[in-house]
Design a protein around this ligand. Structure first.
Ligand SMILES: NC(=O)c1ccc[n+]([C@@H]2O[C@H](COP(=O)([O-])OP(=O)(O)OC[C@H]3O[C@@H](n4cnc5c(N)ncnc54)[C@H](O)[C@@H]3O)[C@@H](O)[C@H]2O)c1
Length: 244
């Protein structure tokens, strides 16, 4: 029980990897605060955790809206007074070549994937005690990518640079920050990806990870077992980045 009585704030807590992270943190004693846009899916995350004996609440929050992010963090602090673990998981993708991409889509994606991470970090940090941790979810696309996902790949490269840079501004005994970079994982985001559907991005179905395998890595990076790990990215990809 590595997270007993720890307040664990997770974006993207209503599906896929974020939901699996909520379940794992909740199963290990954490008080989960799952953020997301869909109330029914949020209620399902809470149900799964509480029926297993854990503690969880859902708070709606659209990461496209900075004011909603601020209001949500205020609500979290009013209720729980601190944040021990911040998992920034939620993200979106676009699938246009840059030449055709309306730049308001670029701005929206950067808001959801990157600016929200900066804002949540800024808002939560003053309330993160000794031994706290931030885990940001990157992607193998920060390192190797395909056509038509330039904003997404850029946001994930930026996310990893953010983690490195922030590690220089933080005392790792107070708050550690790291990233986890998934490879292909069995979630709605993977199978709804037009590049995957068309075969432009090749997925070996035998080499697709499960959300729980990512949740295990996220929980490790957030736990005291990772107390000397700071400013780095852990690839959790079944070896995908090592392939020629
Ligand atoms: N599944 C994969 O193959 C894969 C691979 C590499 C990286 N990732 C990363 O893993 C993370 C989780 O993705 P997933 O695979 O679990 O997919 P998912 O679609 O299940 O989760 C993405 C989550 O982001 C949320 N989200 C999107 N826009 C939002 C907004 N404006 N406000 C609030 N929430 C918003 C969605 O509602 C959803 O809950 C993402 O950061 C993604 O980039 C996934």
């Amino acid at each position: 029980m590595r997270f007993t009585n720890k307040i664990c704030l997770v974006t993207g807590g209503t599906s896929g990897i974020g939901q699996a992270a909520c379940l794992r943190l909740g199963a290990e004693g954490g008080q989960v605060v799952a953020l997301g846009r869909d109330k029914a899916d949020g209620a399902e995350t809470v149900r799964l955790i509480t029926e297993a004996g854990g503690k969880a609440v859902f708070m709606p929050c659209d990461l496209a809206k900075p004011k909603a992010i601020e209001a949500t963090v205020q609500k979290v602090l009013a209720k729980f007074h601190r944040v021990d673990v911040l998992v920034c998981d939620a993200a979106m993708m676009t699938f246009e070549p840059l030449a055709k991409l309306p730049l308001d889509q670029w701005d929206l994606l950067m808001q959801v994937n990157l600016r929200s991470l900066a804002q949540l970090t800024q808002l939560c940090l003053p309330h993160m005690p000794k031994g706290s941790a931030i885990v940001a979810i990157s992607s193998v696309h920060a390192h190797q990518t395909t056509a038509n996902v330039v904003p997404y790949a850029t946001s994930k490269g930026g996310l990893e640079a953010f983690v490195r840079g922030m590690s220089r501004e933080l005392d790792f005994r107070q708050t550690r920050i790291n990233a986890v970079a998934p490879g292909a994982v069995d979630t709605p985001m993977l199978w709804s990806n037009p590049n995957v559907k068309s075969g432009k991005e090749k997925i070996d179905k035998a080499a697709v990870g499960q959300p729980e395998e990512l949740a295990a890595a996220i929980a490790f990076m957030a736990s005291a077992e990772a107390s000397f790990i700071h400013g780095t990215t852990l690839a959790v990809d079944g070896g995908r980045l090592a392939q020629l």
